[in-house]
Design a protein around this ligand. Structure first.
Ligand code: SF4
Ligand code: SF4
Length: 347
């Protein structure tokens, strides 16, 4: 049975101290890089550092698929190094990033091949969701059917009204942490959510492109040249993306041992598909941009029950150095794919 609890913000430390007995706590905090400030997920000891006011610049994907991960020693018979059993609580994960983890699950937990590193991290991690009180920069999650105010797959979903934090707890195991705190009034919460929801509706954009994109028509469409014209091939869009999962391997020699590492890679890099022969099937940035978008909106949904590999978080838009906007690409594709001429040209 679900319970609704409300904490004054200055009581948050008390709750987190209790949770810390069972979990290492990861939460969004501000980090300074020169003059720039970023909100990122980090392990926290000082809970006053927690910053829930805006979408973190980077998603929590690294706690499931680290950017660099040592997989083990390449010596016959040596067991691979797997993540430990330490339980992690990721605090304040917004609906887009929760959805992104759901998008990654069938990729890494396929019946024929289970990635035990991802699996173990997932098993040892609990996430507390966080509703968005307003649309975050460039987010369009609601256009892809994601609810910025709810997610039924997490055991706790929170709402921050500026003074208090509301906790909707649906996991009986976790209820024990909340017994000392007062019950919330469900009507008051619903009223607040309604106001937030109405604000979302006012700024919603309609994305009517068919998902999956019809593969052949979209692949051969002329618009890729235009949408990729300014792309630098920097890969920033993929590194910030909560759903991009391409990786590569490298081997590092340490005295007698050779370690195998897995690192994030990007389909936007020219070397990503370059063969040993020197041939590159995706020689141009136009081809690479097409691959990134087709993977997300055609190949992935074709393979995984119609679900695109995008949770519409908007980070690729916010961080692209030349302002390439995924929403514009989707609207361009929509216009072309809905156009009879476009369909006819597919042959
Ligand atoms: S493609 Fe862009 S909007 Fe979609 S999940 Fe990735 S970073 Fe977010
Ligand atoms: S961040 Fe922008 S410029 Fe860089 S690879 Fe992505 S789309 Fe191209």
């Amino acid at each position: 049975m679900a319970v609704l609890k409300v904490l004054q913000k200055d009581e948050l430390g008390k709750l987190l101290e209790e949770l810390k007995r069972e979990f290492q706590i990861v939460a969004p905090v501000i980090r300074k890089y020169g003059k720039k400030e970023r909100v990122e997920y980090h392990q926290v000891e000082d809970f006053s550092e927690i910053h829930l006011n805006r979408q973190p610049d980077t998603p929590p994907k690294k706690y499931f698929l680290p950017q660099n991960e040592r997989l083990g020693e390449e010596k016959s018979g040596e067991p691979v190094v797997e993540p430990g059993d330490r339980k992690t609580l990721i605090f304040g994960v917004r609906s887009c990033d929760l959805k992104a983890i759901d998008i990654l699950k069938p990729v890494f937990l396929d019946d024929d091949f289970t990635d035990t590193f991802f699996q173990k991290r997932l098993e040892n991690t609990v996430m507390f969701g966080l509703g968005c009180s307003e649309r975050q920069d460039n987010c369009f999650c609601d256009s892809l059917g994601i609810n910025p105010l709810e997610d039924e797959n997490v055991p706790v979903y929170m709402y921050d009204d500026g003074e208090k934090i509301w906790f909707h707890v649906t996991d009986s195991e976790l209820e024990k942490f909340f017994t000392d705190f007062p019950d919330g009034d469900p009507e008051e919460l619903e009223k607040m959510k309604k106001v937030w929801q109405e604000e979302f509706e006012k700024s919603a954009i309609e994305i009517g492109v068919p998902i999956p994109f019809p593969e052949l028509v979209a692949f051969n469409a002329p618009f890729w040249k235009e949408v990729a014209a300014n792309c630098l091939g920097c890969g920033i869009c993929t590194y910030y993306c909560p759903t991009c999962f391409c990786f590569g391997f490298f081997w590092e020699k340490r005295e007698e041992e050779i370690d195998k590492w897995r690192t994030w890679d990007s389909c936007m890099f020219p070397l990503f598909t370059k063969h040993g022969s020197g041939h590159n099937p995706r020689e141009t940035q136009e081809q690479r941009t097409r691959q990134r978008i087709m993977h997300k909106f055609s190949y992935h949904p074709n393979n995984f029950d119609g679900v695109p590999a995008c949770s519409a978080c908007g980070r690729c838009i916010s961080h692209c150095p030349v302002n390439i906007d995924l929403r514009v690409i989707l609207k361009t594709a929509e216009k072309y794919l809905k156009d009879e001429e476009g369909v006819k040209s597919s042959g």
